[in-house]
Design a protein around this ligand. Structure first.
Ligand SMILES: [Zn+2]
Length: 301
């Protein structure tokens, strides 16, 4: 993907290696750290890395952090926008961060365009880089969680070492990494359109299996939104990009991750969709370039 003419802009910050040795949580109470240490191996034993762990950890984090985190339940109060100026020096100082910064900037441009065409005000996201561990508006950020989006502070949290893991899992490539950032931006879109709140409300009222199924739809929609962004920037796409994205989507399907962990895939535990579904969702966005074609909640809301 050709992105080198894009000057990173927006709310970008490198938080550095705030968490130290991985499990220590800057600012977290003593109890939180030990709770997470107890729960992480459990979670990670099933799903080694990547986006796949995010939802599960979010559930765990919800129980740990209680009402402080509105990712899964709660009144869905949108946090007031902070006047972000201080400390927001743009640090896109590694090749990986620079790529993520450019994708972030491009996705914001694309989505604010889509919103303005629809006559809706776009609310900007932010991106926070960290190494190892750090703090997010949703509690501790941990590299092992993979990239995630925190609706409370509208932040995408990314340790770019995840890209190296992706390279091992699926071959990587710039579009594969772009897909990750664009997928998280997809969750931001779900947050500001209110779909995330609706899903959360519904999840609080249904069984775990049904809640997971709703989560799958969320994730597939985020994949589709990533494809929409790419389609809207098709002039930037290069030969091999779509294949890179497909390989990445294929490598992070729930069925694949469970098999890799030596377990039989159990559909009721899926939270992100199968490899097939994820590839299809990304493809759908790529093919149509139309966010309204990413309605994975038809017949539900
Ligand atoms: Zn996701």
């Amino acid at each position: 993907m050709r992105l080198d003419d894009i000057d990173p802009s927006g709310d970008i910050q490198d938080m550095g290696a705030g968490g130290g040795g991985g499990f220590s949580m800057g600012g977290g109470g003593g109890g939180l750290g030990s709770l997470l240490i107890g729960i992480l191996p459990l979670l990670l034993s099933g799903r080694k890395m990547g986006c796949g762990t995010i939802a599960i950890l979010a559930v765990a984090a919800f129980f740990i952090f209680g009402g402080g985190m509105s990712f899964l339940t709660g009144p869905g109060v949108a946090p007031t926008e902070q006047a972000q100026t201080a400390g927001g020096s743009a640090n896109c100082d590694t090749p990986e961060e620079l790529l993520a910064c450019r994708v972030f900037t491009s996705t914001e441009q694309t989505w604010s365009q889509i919103f303005s065409e629809a006559g809706v005000r776009y609310q900007p996201a932010k991106i926070r880089f960290y190494q190892g561990g750090g703090q997010s508006g949703c509690g501790a950020a941990q590299s092992a969680m993979g990239p995630f989006y925190c609706p409370t502070d509208k932040g995408i949290y990314l340790d770019t070492s995840f890209f190296a893991q992706m390279q091992q899992m699926s071959g990587g490539g710039d579009f594969a990494y772009a897909y990750v950032v664009a997928h998280e931006m997809g969750h931001h879109i779900q947050n500001i359109t209110g779909i995330a709140d609706k899903v959360r409300d519904r999840q609080a009222r249904v069984s775990e299996a049904d809640g997971n199924q709703l989560q799958v739809r969320m994730e597939l929609q985020a994949d589709c939104y990533a494809g929409v962004w790419a389609a809207k920037n098709s002039q930037r796409m290069e030969a091999g990009d779509v294949e890179e994205g497909m390989r990445a989507a294929n490598s992070i399907g729930d069925d694949k991750l469970m098999k890799q962990a030596g377990r039989a895939p159990v559909e009721s535990m899926f939270t992100h969709g199968t490899s097939e579904q994820r590839m299809a969702a990304l493809q759908q966005g790529l093919k149509t370039g139309d966010a309204s074609q990413c309605n994975f909640f038809r017949g539900i809301f």
